[in-house]
Design a binder for this molecule. Structure first.
Ligand code: NAP
Length: 247
């Protein structure tokens, strides 16, 4: 599997799963755009690691929920790299609370970043990929978007929305040489899950048949496969990387 000379945009590439995706795609030969919002230092650290591997990389600050900022970011990518071959819609947040306590802004912020962000970034690369007649788009869903989870109605709705979005766009772009898939991670060790209480972590673990947490690399490896030519006949799918939580 090689991605030599391809350009990949990874939203939320500064930390956690996004960081692991950046490093894996770079290892396979891709040049990388590390998108982030609040942690420039971490984004620049990832850029430096990619450059050490002999690839080109830049960090671009842009909030995925801001369509103007995302269009500007993609223009900058085109100017620098000429092509946009791979888009990984990874940026995501949680604002967990029970429905009865959920504020409008908890709902709106999660939907704006997770779901609208995926729409904004996908729309911004589609024309370019259609002209190229090639492209790979992978969206980060979650097991929670399939199973639901108490305290995560906003997050689950955003991730279920990403699954419907993925399948619809996959159908629209299938004849244009563009593969659109989703990956649904289970419980992966990152800052997003570090903040959960021990009680919640124990309850999650009870639902994992493999009885262990996943690593960001477990998710990145599957995404790298979906971005490779080995996966050229796969589109509109949701691949679960979850130790067997959903089966
Ligand atoms: P994380 O460690 O919290 O990292 C989130 C990343 O998203 C950071 O790079 C952050 O950038 C970026 N980000 C947040 N809001 C953004 C915005 N508005 N615009 C651009 N970038 C933004 O999260 P993670 O655990 O790696 O999760 C990555 C993805 O996997 C998310 O979509 C998440 O829902 C999904 N997922 C995670 C798990 C899990 O167990 N961890 C399970 C299922 C699905 P800054 O550094 O600049 O803040």
């Amino acid at each position: 599997m090689t991605l030599l000379g391809k350009t990949a945009v990874v939203t939320g590439g500064s930390r956690g799963i996004g960081r692991a995706i950046v490093l894996k795609l770079a290892e396979m030969g891709a040049n990388i755009v590390v998108n982030y919002t609040s942690s420039p230092q971490k984004a620049e650290e990832v850029v430096a690691l990619v450059k050490e591997m002999g690839r080109e990389a830049i960090a671009i600050q842009a909030n995925v929920s801001d369509s103007d900022a995302i269009q500007k970011m993609m223009q900058e990518v085109e100017e620098k790299f000429s092509t946009i071959d791979i888009l990984i819609n990874n940026a995501g947040i949680t604002k967990d609370t029970l429905l009865m306590k959920m504020k409008d802004e908890d709902w709106d912020q999660v939907m704006d970043i997770n779901l609208k962000g995926t729409f904004n970034c996908t729309k911004a690369v589609t024309r370019k990929m259609m002209k190229q007649r090639s492209g790979k788009i992978v969206n980060l869903a979650s097991v929670v978007g399939v199973m639901g989870n108490a305290g995560q109605a906003n997050y689950a709705a955003s991730k279920a929305g990403i699954i419907g979005f993925t399948k619809s766009v996959a159908k629209e772009l299938a004849t244009r040489g563009i593969n659109v898939n989703a990956v649904a991670p289970g419980f992966i060790q990152t800052e997003m899950t570090d903040i959960l209480s021990d009680e919640v972590k124990e309850a999650m673990m009870a639902n994992i048949p493999m009885k262990q947490l996943g690593t960001p690399e477990d998710v990145a490896n599957v995404i790298a496969f979906l971005c490779s030519d080995d996966a050229k006949y796969i589109t509109g799918q949701v691949l679960h990387v979850d130790g067997g939580m959903v089966m």
